[in-house]
Design a protein around this ligand. Sequence first.
Ligand code: HEM
Length: 161
Amino acid sequence: MSSLLVLFLACLAGSSFGAVEVIQNGTYILEYGLVNNETLTVTATVATQGWVGVGLSQTGSMVGADLILGGVNADGEEYINDYFAVGNARPIVDLENNILTYNVTENATHTTLFFTRAADTGDIDEDLPVSRSSYIIWAFSDSDSFAHHGTERRGAIPLSL
Ligand code: HEM
């Protein structure tokens, strides 16, 4: 299909292409976009069997960021939740979970985290609207316990929506 036709169909569907970021030679692949300008969709495919995190940040820092963390534990159970960070430390679970839909899978090498949430959840205490975010931040760990990711396994990318 020609790229012009793809663009036309996407416009018809009201979706923005968003972005695909290939981080650390594909160790972390981040795909995100906006549907109808109101729903943020994110897929992170990461070479780990530990937790995977994605967040919106005004500065690129973890401090003040709005985060989603998820994974599949050793019993094969998926976990995912809505968090915010007040410091460079383990994030705090939001009182209001604003994840709309999600899917978390893990195989022998990778964890894939998919979720959707409103571009503006209305949760002014614990979430950031896409319109006020300048960066999308990412992190992961080898472990399902929420230990520090380490300086090699985190970063920030200018938001492109
Ligand atoms: C799960 C528990 C977590 C702990 C205990 C933790 C802890 C820390 C600590 C101690 C630092 C400062 C040291 C450093 O630069 O690496 C830091 C920085 C950072 N963290 Fe986390 N973190 C967690 C989760 C996350 C998640 C889920 C994300 C993103 C989705 C994230 C993104 C970042 C980023 C981007 C920085 C660099 C901040 C800067 O340069 O100002 N962290 N974190």
